[in-house]
Design a protein around this ligand. Structure first.
Ligand code: HEC
Length: 131
């Protein structure tokens, strides 16, 4: 029988493996579709310090959150799937934040419980890098 400690370790290991597989799959899918531009764009801007550094860090965090919470509807690259393409959004940051918090009745869930204001700000900065 497993004690709590080994169970915890096994769980952590399983989570790490699942995460690795997910990232590898997402990475492969992105490369296969030849749509690495937005990531390269992000990396380039981070490297040359275009845009403020904290903003770029937030955008990278936002991308991770996006892959967790939004990509299954909006697509890994936010080009749209069940949900619309999120490039060149015409709505304000405040409006984006409100939609993420409240959701859209019948279309998109509310993320108020899952993501705090800092997460939502990160998600919004990520979406702003998409052109
Ligand atoms: C269950 C699927 C689903 C999930 C999950 C989801 N969305 Fe959506 N989202 C939609 C749909 C569908 C619409 C379009 C609704 C409409 O036009 O009435 C939408 C619309 C939006 C819009 C407005 C787009 C515009 O052009 O005005 C934004 C911004 C947005 N989603 C961001 C997000 C973010 C960020 C997340 C993750 C935190 C997320 N969505 C998760 C389905 C989803």
């Amino acid at each position: 029988m497993m004690n709590f400690r080994s169970e915890g370790k096994a769980l952590a290991l399983a989570a790490a493996i699942a995460g690795g597989v997910l990232l590898a799959t997402l990475g492969a899918a992105t490369v296969m579709r030849g749509r690495v531009q937005s990531q390269q764009h992000l990396a380039a801007r981070t490297a040359v310090g275009g845009g403020s550094q904290p903003m770029m860090v937030a955008a990278e965090k936002g991308r991770q959150l996006f892959l967790q919470s939004c990509a299954h509807c909006h697509g890994d690259d936010a080009r749209g799937d069940d949900g619309p393409d999120l490039h060149n959004l015409r709505i304000s940051d405040a409006h984006v934040a409100l939609l993420i918090k409240n959701g859209i009745k019948g279309d998109m869930p509310s993320f108020a419980k899952k993501h705090d204001d800092a997460d939502i700000a990160a998600l919004t900065s990520y979406l702003r890098t998409l052109h």
